[in-house]
Design a protein around this ligand. Structure first.
Ligand SMILES: [Zn+2]
Ligand SMILES: [Zn+2]
Ligand SMILES: [Zn+2]
Length: 391
């Protein structure tokens, strides 16, 4: 049996007090959920760790959110990790991935230099199997208030939020070599941190991502995922929410549920599936070998996944990543979870999902100018190739 320890309780309380009124609807739902979760999950508070955790966290913002006055989109200017302009001068040789265990920040003594854990999973033998802790170089930092300001026609605010890292223990055992239960533990950690942070005042959206491989932007080979809890909903997510809302109004059904029905009927784009989850290459794939994973039953909120769902989602996710590993020679990819915002509004028309985008092409002028990649393989052929047994 797994044991989870959360060290983040005190900050949660002070933060949640402020958000009570603002997020009444979802707050009520999660209280019930949390009560339910309390029965099945063993949780305790480590007093000492909690203390050191708080003292080490600075409230000083390390970044700024700035709003584009045309699109309304917010960008993050991470001033805390600011580089000197000279550091941007193009070096022909790309930075290599850190492959050596001795240099890895998530192994041995280096791990002690990380910030104190917000969540740890242990095996029965007392060894840890998964840890969650704040990013040492955060893009956003925790703060009780959202300070807005204006510079002429421009709006900006402090870069507040939560930026955490989720790591599994073994340096060179990535998803294809983890057992299903270990991948499920990653999803369970996502859900636990989500439930913990979703009602805080400075959090309207929580995004979980994985960058795998050098071309994806990863700098380490040690398996790790990241969580960004931010105070706004980005336009990419708004576009999906709006599309889902309009489709529902016009067709009286969820667009993703209808998509799943058609994919099951057509079969040719399916990559993997289980009783309750399906993975397929989307009909209008934006990039070669793009894969989406969705719960087959309508579910707007990722954080309401049952333990069985976690296990099934994990085994389908593992299958897809195994395909990338064996059939595409461990291709670099970006993975993220799209779920409903946690801003207190109702998103019952939305359907949460995982998106995986292999990095098979470099984004050039056309791609950046339009946001569209010119994909060079039909999604049906991509699915067929991924389905092939190669290991
Ligand atoms: Zn490592
Ligand atoms: Zn649906
Ligand atoms: Zn999406």
């Amino acid at each position: 049996m797994k044991l989870k320890i959360e060290t983040d309780q005190k900050l949660k309380k002070s933060d949640q007090k402020e958000s009570k009124n603002e997020k009444k609807t979802r707050n009520e739902k999660t209280t019930a959920q949390k009560a339910q979760a309390g029965n099945t999950k063993e949780q305790s508070v480590l007093k000492n760790e909690k203390k050191s955790f708080k003292s080490k966290i600075s409230d000083k913002a390390v970044s700024q959110f700035r709003q584009d006055p045309v699109t309304g989109d917010w960008v993050i200017i991470a001033t805390g990790r600011a580089k000197r302009p000279e550091q941007f001068i193009s070096k022909k040789k790309k930075e290599e991935l850190k492959v050596d265990k001795a240099d890895c920040p998530f192994d041995g003594d280096n791990l002690k230099k990380q910030r104190p854990d917000t969540l740890v999973y242990y095996r029965e033998n007392g060894e840890w199997s998964l840890k969650v802790f704040p990013n040492l170089y955060p893009a956003v930092t925790r703060s009780k208030d959202l300070k807005h300001s204006q510079q002429g026609m421009y709006f900006l605010m402090d870069g507040v939020g939560y930026h955490e890292v989720i790591v599994t223990k073994d340096h060179d055992r990535g998803v294809p070599f983890l057992i299903k239960e270990e991948v499920a533990e990653v999803l369970d950690a996502f859900k636990t941190r989500y439930l913990e942070l979703m009602n805080r005042k400075s959090v309207s959206y929580i995004l979980f991502i994985e960058n795998h491989g050098k071309e994806s932007g990863a700098s380490l080979i040690h398996p790790h995922w990241q969580m960004f809890a931010i105070p706004f909903v980005s336009s990419a997510i708004k576009l999906e929410l709006e599309g889902s809302r309009i489709y529902k109004n016009n067709n009286d059904n969820c667009v993703y549920c209808d998509m799943i029905k058609q994919e099951i009927k057509d079969k040719k784009r399916i990559v993997a599936s289980s009783d309750n989850f399906i993975a397929f290459t989307p009909f209008a794939s934006r990039s070669a070998f793009e894969v989406w994973i969705l719960p087959k039953k309508h579910q707007p909120y990722f954080e309401r996944m049952t333990e069985n769902d976690e296990f099934e989602a994990a085994s389908v996710l593992k299958k897809v990543i195994e395909k990338y590993y064996w059939n595409l020679n461990d291709v670099s990819y970006n993975m993220y979870i799209h779920t409903s915002p946690c801003d207190g509004r109702d998103y019952s028309y939305y359907h949460w999902h995982i998106e995986l985008l292999p990095k098979t092409a470099v984004w050039a002028g056309f791609e950046l100018g339009t946001g569209i990649e010119i994909s060079t393989i039909e999604p049906e052929k991509a699915a067929e190739f991924l389905r092939k047994k190669n290991n």
